[in-house]
Design a protein around this ligand. Structure first.
Ligand SMILES: Nc1ncnc2c1ncn2[C@@H]1O[C@H](COP(=O)(O)OP(=O)(O)OP(=O)(O)O)[C@@H](O)[C@H]1O
Length: 430
């Protein structure tokens, strides 16, 4: 079910919007902008309807714009529709520039409001199939096949991989491929949750169960009913909470903090971590019994550098075109260096480098420098060899490795002809 949040200091306006929108999903209302941040965490709305003025008499919308900018900068930000008065066209334009997806003028016709929110929800719906998980390497094809196979089941899946390899994308693809795809997919980032809040976040709490618990609140297990719960950075879960999570998974019920009444839960759990497997299987850090609950199936998402030059080039094309909104060319030298780069931050790093390059490009064709990356050789300590022969040998070896031994492709990566590559192979005894 979709989740909507309305922030308007006029309770009548907020109520009217809530009544008009309740057929689209769960609608929460807040009247005070100071409540917005907590409400975003609690409600995790798909769409936020945001008023622009919160002080009596104010019409410039400055308060609303400031909130809007902060909201859209957040990870997993909702689509924001701003509410303005008739005369405030200029403000609406500013809001769209600042990241709102649409605006609605007050007083509104209910049909218009419903259509506007429906369109925002449709745009947020994940793309069909697994189009987002790009890559044609054998590794990525294998991963997509596994997702299709495992997605349809109810099995718990543990997704392993370095930072930025696409673990969350895999979780989303698994959810879409599952019979629960019409239900919610809720992601909880264990890495960013303070330890004290982990249990209330997962299992909920009763009003008054701790100092800040002014309202009772359902936890993520309950909120994800009928859908999928994605526990990201599970390796960071404190041992005490691990015991409680295990109990919840075994009994299929959770007990909110401050309550003695367990609540039955119906969720499929997916978990992910970037912790190396050896560490994860260290019982001092992670309970083996919980691990066995979570890892019915293990999916390993390979680091970008192991997917080969083809996948790197494909992702570069994709993200450059997306950021520049047109196809973008890069110099052959840049392509060689980008495909040979180690990408320690994986696809996320590549995406950011593409964004930077489109913003800072000094000419129509992008160069290696435009991407703002530090090549290992540049970062290496002094004393590293500058011997041209040896560097040439290393470059040839790297190109061959990346091209899986394919001479034509390796020659292309090096920017030389096949004959020239053969000559170098001979010269270096490779
Ligand atoms: N195969 C892919 N095709 C297209 N985009 C991808 C691919 N893999 C990852 N991305 C993009 O890279 C970024 C990082 O992906 P994601 O957040 O899923 O990684 P992660 O492994 O969950 O990272 P972390 O460990 O830091 O949580 C996102 O913008 C995602 O859309």
């Amino acid at each position: 079910m979709s989740s909507l949040l309305i922030l308007d200091d006029d309770p009548d306006v907020a109520l009217a919007a809530r009544l008009a929108l309740r057929k689209l999903g769960a609608v929460a209302v807040r009247n005070d902008p100071r409540e917005l941040w907590a409400a975003l965490d609690e409600v995790a709305p798909d769409v936020l309807l945001l008023d622009m003025n919160f002080t009596p008499g104010a019409t410039d919308g400055a308060a609303g714009l400031a909130l809007l900018r902060e909201v859209v900068a957040r990870p997993r930000a909702p689509a924001v529709i701003v509410m303005t008065a008739y005369a405030e066209v200029e403000l609406a334009v500013q809001a769209l520039k600042a990241g709102a997806v649409d605006f609605i003028t007050k007083p509104w016709a209910n049909e218009r409001l419903v259509a506007c929110v429906q369109a925002a929800l449709a745009r947020r719906a994940p793309a069909p199939a697994m189009g987002e998980l790009l890559g044609e390497s054998t590794a990525m094809q294998g991963l997509r096949a596994q997702i299709a196979q495992v997605g349809a089941s109810q099995a718990s899946v543990l997704i392993l991989g370095e930072n930025g390899v696409g673990k969350e994308l895999v979780a989303r693809a698994l959810h879409r491929a599952s019979p629960r795809s019409q239900g919610p997919l809720l992601a909880v980032d264990m890495g960013s949750l303070p330890e004290a809040l982990v249990e209330s976040e997962l299992f909920g709490h009763k009003r008054g169960s701790f100092t800040d618990a002014r309202e009772s609140r359902p936890g993520r297990f309950v909120a994800a009913a009928g859908g999928t719960l994605f526990l990201d950075e599970i390796g960071n879960l404190p041992l005490a909470s691990q015991a409680k999570l295990l109990a919840a998974l075994e009994r299929r019920e959770v007990t909110p903090l401050g309550s003695d009444r367990p609540v039955a839960v119906d969720v499929r759990v997916l978990a992910a971590t970037n912790v190396a497997e050896a560490e994860l299987f260290d019982a001092r850090r992670f309970r083996p019994d919980l691990l066995y609950r979570l890892n019915t199936v293990v999916l390993r998402v390979p680091p970008l550098r192991e997917r080969g030059a083809g996948d790197i080039a494909l992702l570069l094309r994709h993200y450059l075109a997306q950021f520049a909104q047109r196809p973008v060319e890069i110099t052959p030298d840049a392509l060689v260096r980008l495909t040979a780069y180690r990408w320690p931050g994986n696809v996320r790093e590549l995406r950011q480098a593409c964004e930077r390059a489109t913003l800072l490009a000094r000419g129509p064709v992008l160069t290696w420098e435009d991407f703002g990356l530090i090549a290992p050789a540049e970062a290496a300590p002094a004393g590293v060899t500058l011997d041209l022969d040896q560097r040439e040998r290393e470059a040839v070896q790297a190109a061959l490795a990346q091209a899986d031994g394919n001479i034509s492709q390796a020659a292309k990566l090096l920017g030389v002809s096949r004959a020239a590559l053969y000559r170098r192979l001979e010269k270096h005894g490779l």
